[in-house]
Design a binder for this molecule. Structure first.
Ligand SMILES: [Zn+2]
Length: 123
């Protein structure tokens, strides 16, 4: 499934099924960013990879967001940013933050930026 264009090399970003720590996750990856296990079992980019844009759907698990959805990824690629909903430690308080693409980490949260119109966004 093609979600959009890579912000760095303009190739297709596709969603593929993967696993992380035994759990099923989606991997959103630029078609030019492929990884494999090398001889010493390191998970590295293949020699023909020309890009590094890869994001796992559980990327925001630390902030109690279980899954970064295909829809959210698609919107991020279209608008260069997307608003996501994060949760406090006990799942009580929720808050909203902007996410942008990041060349090194795939995506990053703009912690200093306040989201003012989250109601509009989610209505
Ligand atoms: Zn790319």
């Amino acid at each position: 499934m093609i979600l959009g264009k890579c912000p760095y090399c303009k190739a297709n970003v596709v969603a593929i099924k993967s696993t992380a720590n035994g759990k099923k996750v989606n991997l959103y990856t630029c078609e030019n960013a492929k990884k494999e296990y090398d001889d010493s079992d390191q998970f590295v980019f293949t020699s023909d990879s020309t890009c590094t844009f890869r994001v796992y759907s559980n990327v925001f698990l630390r902030w109690n967001k279980r899954s970064f959805s295909k829809y959210e990824m698609k919107k991020l690629l279209e608008d260069e940013q997307v608003i996501i909903r994060l949760h406090g430690r006990r799942g009580t308080s929720e808050y909203f933050k902007y996410v942008i693409t990041d060349k090194e980490y795939g995506v990053s949260i703009l912690w200093d930026e306040e989201v003012e119109n989250e109601k509009e966004t989610f209505s």
